[in-house]
Design a protein around this ligand. Structure first.
Ligand code: SAM
Ligand code: SF4
Length: 341
């Protein structure tokens, strides 16, 4: 296959047409999950990806190796629930062993925390570097209603295991929801501080499988900050770089709290992220409606150069921003669990 006009040479940095250089690949390992969060998955009737379409360990490692050669330095494992993948420790071990001309890569994971007590020591041994754990409420009944599973205790045990591990910074994520957990924001921050973690609140995005997202119901960045400022003095932390979260120092620090305001204060201009779905589709944005299919390359005898070409094509097609607030915005067909959060 020849390189099309505009394609970079093999191993060239993943720079898009707006000059954004991509360093972070989010790898979704499965679309399955032990929870059914309302903002992410339907209660039932989800159409699961066919098992044979899920990328194997070797296929994931191959894409990651080529991506690292093209400048990706961080792999964030996600899903669905990444810990449901049986070979999760091996995935971490293989990716952590990748070396780039600039040194080792970083392996991070976003998880609901269930199963962490069981597997965390092996994950750390395999080379996991950072953890984000999602927890939207500390109230058992609310948790059961929101996730449609009565498993708050399992998540709390997972967070305790992470807190006891050496992995830092440890981040806890909560989607702020009106009438669901918006009266718990201060408690969640206090809980995170007790566990040596950084709390981060996420504005709810239109990625639920049920397509029920309503802009007017969303708890905004400004509302989140107002709730926290009623309890603490908040001072902005400078030097955000490409990070999705804006951070504030709490009462002079050292603790901080973050807000990921994808809807009201999008950070697309600094985005350095690409995504690989569990079934081998490259995406240049959570909200993209275009996917770049790596499967024919991976399973049809394509070379590493072909994988690299596909990575560059995906980056080349990236738009300036996601335009959630634009009336013409179209929600992607897949839910968050199938895209990879
Ligand atoms: N299962 C893991 C977890 O929950 O952490 C990883 C996958 S989940 C899709 C990744 C992150 O996406 C979680 O922090 C979750 O809260 C967030 N998320 C899911 N749906 C969302 C939505 N509609 N808006 C904002 N964040 C969402
Ligand atoms: Fe599962 Fe995470 Fe989606 Fe909740 S947010 S349903 S834990 S994938």
């Amino acid at each position: 296959m020849r390189r099309a006009a505009g394609d970079a040479s093999a191993g060239a940095p993943l720079a898009d047409t707006f000059g954004r250089v991509h360093r972070d690949l989010r790898v979704s390992l499965t679309d399955r999950c032990s929870l059914r969060c309302t903002y992410c998955m339907p209660e039932q009737g989800n159409e699961w990806l066919a098992r044979e379409s899920i990328l194997s360990l070797d296929e994931i490692e191959r894409v990651a190796r080529v991506a690292a050669t093209a400048g990706i330095t961080t792999f964030r494992l996600t899903g669905g629930e990444p810990l449901l993948r049986r070979d999760i420790v091996e995935v971490v071990r293989r990716l952590a062993a990748i070396r780039t001309p600039h040194g080792p890569v970083e392996i991070a994971m976003t998880t609901n925390g269930i199963r962490l007590p069981e597997v965390l020591p092996d994950l750390v041994d395999a080379g996991l570097g950072r953890l984000n754990i999602s927890i939207d409420t500390l109230d058992r009944e609310r948790f059961a209603a929101l996730t449609r599973r009565d498993r708050l205790d399992d998540v709390l045990e997972g967070i305790a295991a992470a807190a006891a591990s050496g992995l830092r910074p440890l981040k806890l994520n909560a989607v702020a929801m009106r009438g669901v957990n918006d009266d718990e924001l201060v408690d969640l921050v206090a809980f995170a501080i007790e566990h040596g973690a950084q709390m981060r609140f996420i504005e709810q995005m239109p990625l639920d499988a049920g397509h029920t997202w309503d802009r007017t119901q969303m708890v905004t960045r400004d509302e989140i900050l107002a709730a926290l400022a009623a309890r603490w003095e908040l001072a902005p932390v400078p030097g955000r770089g490409g990070a999705p979260a804006e951070r504030w120092m709490i009462d002079g620090g050292p603790e901080t709290v973050g807000v990921i305001a994808s809807v009201t204060a999008p950070f697309c201009g600094d985005c350095d992220r690409l995504r690989l779905t569990a079934d081998g589709q490259l995406r240049n944005c959570l909200f993209s409606t275009t996917e770049y299919d790596l499967v024919p390359v991976l399973r049809g005898g394509g070379t590493d150069d072909d994988v690299d070409r596909m990575l560059h094509a995906c980056v080349h097609g990236k738009l300036a921003g996601h335009a959630i607030d634009d009336p013409s915005f179209l929600q992607p067909a897949r839910g968050m669990n199938a895209i990879g959060g």
